[in-house]
Design a protein around this ligand. Sequence first.
Ligand SMILES: O=C[C@H](O)COP(=O)(O)O
Length: 249
Amino acid sequence: MVKPIIIGNWKMNGLTQEADHIVSSLLAYAEKNKDLAPTVICPPFTQLYHIGKHLKNTPFELGAQDCHVAEKGAYTGNISAAMLNDIGVKYVILGHSERRSEYKESNALINQKATAAQNANILPVVCIGETKEERESGQYKEVLAEQLKGSLPEHFVGLVAYEPIWAIGTGVTATNEEIAEVILFIREKLVAQYGENGKKTLILYGGSVKPNNVKDIFATSELGGVLVGGVSLIPEDFLQLLTIAQDFT
Ligand SMILES: O=C[C@H](O)COP(=O)(O)O
């Protein structure tokens, strides 16, 4: 069995001192532990170059939290996928619910960003997820299907992360049954849309993943890994996730 991937999303956290502390903990862990589960660190833009230098030639990959649709040009304040590729970024989180809600990012925009990322040889990690109301009213599958259809490019080479909005940063994790149901639903949709390729796409879960619940989450059928927020900033907890992932061989 392939080890699950762990993607740490620092969100808007990580001044240099904190970033250095986390990175040195990760590197010390990698010195002592071989054959790690694939692990991606997604710091804020300001830390990408700095951390990228430290992660070079280590088992850890570098990820970003967003990119622009264009390659370059007059887009003040934005960062393109080509720029991310230029400094060694391999993954980019797109369509996170915090961006969908704060910046009203549409499925169509996320689709364009995913295409831009792929064109720059970066793997998009496209996030989808329903609100509490959509879950409670039973509409969640329609919402997820629409997000998948709208956000994924016609030729998709990337990962999908299921993050129920009601589970993000709340301490409320979706139950194993809830996660399992949605992961299978996403797999069906991916296979219907992409055929053989849809069978290979990694599907992740995110939302209050912690050392005490990750083992059960990893055991979910068809799950390829986890997208972790808060815990990715706590080295001792984050490293526990890596240790638990090691057992899934
Ligand atoms: O991108 C990560 C998710 O938003 C999950 O965040 P969390 O682990 O703090 O709930």
